[in-house]
Design a protein around this ligand. Structure first.
Ligand SMILES: [Ca+2]
Ligand SMILES: [Ca+2]
Length: 356
């Protein structure tokens, strides 16, 4: 199952290289979302880990843009600070591996999740987020596709596959008792199918200054990313050390990275690999550092103690299609949310543009 992503990654890598830095005349801005500067504090109280290579501003997203790029969408996520590059001098775990060996795609301190609500139909799609994110999307913001930009995409995919497989096995066991070999392989195949259809881990990635660019092929999203779809964007701190498998040969799977590469949060002072400032008595608090939210709500509220459902942001501002009264989806009125208009900005926005 790793053959296909690697092969297509190579093809995309060569096409990206041919475009010299990812910018071509055909570049067309599909949409751009902006996020406040200085809100990389989760619910308002999150404290960065105690370490020298990660601090305030480093995980602060200021914009997320999407460009048509051949048979793919190129996303560009821009942070407030230059992106930390993996070092060959810094070792990351007890095995003595360096950060550069663990993270081979030019970044290592963050994950960016993109939950894409393609049909905008209430009640359609998944509302859960990836393990370790601690967030739930609103029923009218269910996602059909998720894109997970993470420093170790192959390992993250494998970890998610193991988690989903475990959930599938447990669900089946609860309903039907024991699991035979045939059923188990059917569940494995169904899990792999769901993962392939639903979640994409980019491997064609470029880091330039404050911006990380990554490609998502049209064959995954079904088309270029649309300004009429909804996007849920969440940034977490990344962990890149290798988890050691402690058994789990039968049933219980302890080798899966249960937080899927996301750094956790705890009450009180931060550690080297954990955010601090978490709420006491709230072990399920989201460790998300920066979040894009729809107009009318705040990041601090969504990540706060009340944990309201999280709404995706629709770049075009078009409202949800009411299921019962939508004879023609093309006539839905504009809700008036302000976002950069691609027609005006196309060609003027690029990886080197200063953020607002
Ligand atoms: Ca921000
Ligand atoms: Ca934010």
């Amino acid at each position: 199952m790793f053959v296909r992503p690697r092969v297509s990654a190579l093809l995309l890598a060569s096409s990206l290289a041919a475009c010299s830095g990812g910018k071509t005349r055909e570049d067309a801005l599909l949409f751009r979302l902006t996020d406040p500067v200085g809100d990389d504090h989760g619910d308002g109280e999150l404290v960065y880990p105690r370490r020298t290579d990660l601090g305030r501003g480093d995980l602060d997203v200021v914009s997320v843009a999407a460009f048509a790029d051949g048979e793919a969408t190129r996303f560009e996520v821009t942070f407030a600070h230059p992106i930390a590059r993996p070092s060959r001098a810094q070792s990351v775990d007890l095995e003595g591996a360096t950060v550069a060996e663990r993270a081979r795609h030019g970044f290592y301190t963050f994950n960016v999740d993109l939950y894409v609500d393609q049909d905008r139909k209430p009640g359609s799609g998944r509302t859960d987020t990836l393990p370790g994110r601690g967030l739930t999307l609103a029923a009218e913001s269910g996602w059909e596709k998720a894109v997970v930009l993470t420093p170790r995409p192959y390992e993250a995919r494998e970890a998610l596959r193991k988690t989903w497989r475990q959930v599938a096995l447990e669900d089946y066991e609860k309903k039907s008792g024991g699991i035979g070999g045939k059923v188990e392989s059917e569940l494995n195949a169904a899990t792999e199918q769901e993962l392939e259809a639903r979640v994409f881990f980019p491997t064609v990635i470029q880091v330039s200054g404050r911006t990380v660019m990554f490609q998502v092929p049209d064959r995954f999203l079904g088309a270029h990313a649309s300004a009429d779809w909804g996007y849920g964007v969440a940034v977490t701190g990344a962990t890149i050390e290798r988890r050691v498998s402690l058994g789990g040969m039968f049933g219980g799977d302890t080798s899966a990275n249960q937080r899927l590469m996301a750094m956790g949060i705890m009450a009180g002072e931060p550690y080297n690999d954990r955010f601090g400032g978490g709420r006491k008595g709230d072990p399920s608090q989201s460790p998300v550092v920066d979040l894009l939210v729809a107009p009318g709500t705040t990041q601090e509220a969504v990540l706060g103690a009340a944990k309201p459902a999280w709404d995706v942001v629709v770049p075009s501002g078009k409202s949800v299609v009411p299921a019962a009264v939508a004879p023609d989806a093309g006539t839905v009125e504009d809700a008036g949310v302000t976002v950069d208009a691609p027609a005006v900005d196309a060609g003027t926005v690029g990886p080197s543009s200063p953020a607002p």
